[in-house]
Design a protein. Structure first.
Length: 254
């Protein structure tokens, strides 16, 4: 059996794992960083936690005789993607990135690009605004520099401790989020601006289409620069790559 390691945390990683779970020729492990307290159930064995940097991951790939590494982490998980690329090179492990395509600004969208959360907060201005924040709970700290705003913060896990600002409300939610529900949320809370990541995919796109319908501006955090490695945008293409890598290994007698 060929051992496959999937670096996950995304819907695509779970879908890929589900596609591979029943294959008798593969032993698949899904690795999660452990940032989410209650991760969704997964269809294959799961490993929780980091590897100890580039060398730690390279050692794991070698010691566990991993035949293929698939990086299906979030498009903004630049550190682990960089570690994966370098560890795969050191350990001579076939490596693929499964990266969902970014959203594209279209007719009716009012996007404002920002480099990071601090940049996003500064771009809002000094006048108090009502802001919907759709970011990870560990990325909120820069918002304390703009305490005049009213924040509606959605995260998978509770924000603990709460953000040190006078006006903040919190909701817990895990996608997918439908446009109709997102529009209702934005209207009920009288949201004026959204801060979001260009995550791509359909699970969290509802807030973008809802903002378009309501004419709301979206401060979109730019994607980080990711390593130049073989990459695909769909689970099907990742499956094709994995089978091609298997065929190539057999041809070499590996």
């Amino acid at each position: 059996m060929r051992r496959v390691l999937i670096l996950g945390g995304t819907a695509e990683a779970r879908e890929l794992a589900a596609q591979l779970a029943a294959r008798a020729d593969l032993a698949v492990t899904l690795s999660l960083a452990g940032r989410t307290r209650s991760p969704a159930p997964q269809p294959v064995p799961v490993r929780i936690g980091g590897f100890g940097g580039v060398q730690g991951l390279a050692d794991y790939l070698s010691n566990e005789r991993i035949a293929a590494l698939i990086d299906a982490t979030h498009p903004y998980a630049a550190t682990i993607s960089d570690n994966a690329a370098r560890a795969a090179q050191r350990s001579h492990t076939p490596h693929l990135a499964l990266r969902r395509a970014p959203w594209v600004c279209g007719d009716g969208d009012r996007w404002i690009e920002a480099g990071d959360v601090a940049d996003a907060a500064a771009s809002i201005g000094s006048a108090p605004r009502r802001i919907f924040v759709a970011l990870g709970r560990k990325e909120l700290a820069p918002l304390v520099r703009a305490p005049q705003h009213h924040y509606l913060i959605r995260s998978v896990d509770p924000v603990d401790p709460p953000l040190a600002v006078p006006h903040a409300a919190y909701i817990i939610g895990r996608g997918p989020f439908l446009e109709c529900d997102e529009r209702t949320l934005l209207e009920q809370h009288r949201i004026e601006i959204i801060i979001a990541k260009n995550s791509g995919g359909q699970a969290s796109y509802g807030k973008i289409t809802a903002a378009r319908a309501l004419g709301l501006p979206v401060i979109m955090l730019r994607r980080p620069v990711l390593p130049l490695v073989p990459a695909v945008e769909s689970v099907k293409d990742a499956l094709d790559w994995l089978d091609h890598a298997r065929t190539a290994s057999m041809a070499r007698g590996v």
